[in-house]
Write a protein that binds this ligand. Sequence first.
Ligand SMILES: [Zn+2]
Length: 137
Amino acid sequence: MEFPNDPPYNKETLPFGDGFIASMCLCGTLCRLVKSLVLGDDYGKRLWMCNNYQYDPPSQGLYFPDGRPRSPPPLCEFIEYVDTEQTPEDIAHVYRVAQRARRHWFDMEAEERREEERRKMRQEEEERRRKYEAERK
Ligand SMILES: [Zn+2]
C-alpha cells in the first residue's frame, strides 16, 4: 500500500503512552504521533509526523501583518504511518458517519419535496378560490 507523502489535513495529536517513545526525525526534531481524522480509508490510522513538517501549521501565515515575510521555518517532510490497517472500530465509525450523512441528505430532500407539494397545494387552492370568486360576480 502506498501513502501520499502528505499528512492528513484533519488530525489530532496523540499523547505519548502505550509504550510509544517519540521517534527522532532525521532532521533532529522529535516527531509527534498524530491520528488521522479524515473520514475515509485512513481514518484512525496513526502516524509519526515531524514537528518541523513544512506545511504544519499552515495557519501561521507566511508574512507578518506589516508585510515582511517571516523567516521560513526549517522544512521537513517526514511522516511515517504506524498503522497500515484500520481497526474494525474505525471502519465502523466511517461507515456510520457516511450512513448518517446519507440519511440526513435524504431527509432534507424529502422535506424539500414535501414543502414543494404544500406550496403547490396552497397555490392551487388559491387559484380555485379566485376562480370561484370571479364566477360569483
Ligand atoms: Zn524532520
